[in-house]
Design a protein around this ligand. Structure first.
Ligand code: SF4
Ligand code: SF4
Length: 110
């Protein structure tokens, strides 16, 4: 569907649903990509995207409005859990439904 918007561009639900933890080595000052200030250290080995453990959760890097227009403010530098997250899988649809959005077709590939 060449003219269709990628569903993530009008969603952002996953970035406002789950805790996002990753290895400290992914932080910029440790040689990784994630900018300091957007994540907090939770243990000696783990960092967490700021805001993802708040109630309600919302990653500090998320811009826009969930379900309307959303984007990751650090897309190129986002941590590995965000890179591995797949639109259309079970967790994606759980997040979408939680935010009142319709589930996507299974295994959606863009
Ligand atoms: S919940 Fe799914 S569709 Fe929405 S932004 Fe995340 S991956 Fe994309
Ligand atoms: S870093 Fe970007 S992709 Fe990851 S949860 Fe935050 S806004 Fe979403």
């Amino acid at each position: 569907m060449p003219d269709a918007l990628h569903p993530c561009l009008t969603c952002g639900a996953c970035c406002a649903s789950f805790r996002v933890d990753f290895a400290v080595q992914e932080m910029q000052d440790m040689g990784g990509t994630v900018p300091g200030g957007l994540a907090v250290e939770v243990t000696d080995t783990t960092c967490r995207m700021r805001g993802t453990d708040h109630v309600p959760a919302r990653c500090a890097a998320l811009t826009g409005t969930v379900g309307v227009k959303a984007a990751c403010g650090i897309y190129e530098w986002r941590p590995s859990p965000c890179r591995e997250f797949e639109a259309g899988d079970h967790a994606c649809n759980r997040a979408r439904v939680r935010h009142g959005l319709p589930a996507l077709a299974d295994g959606l590939i863009f």
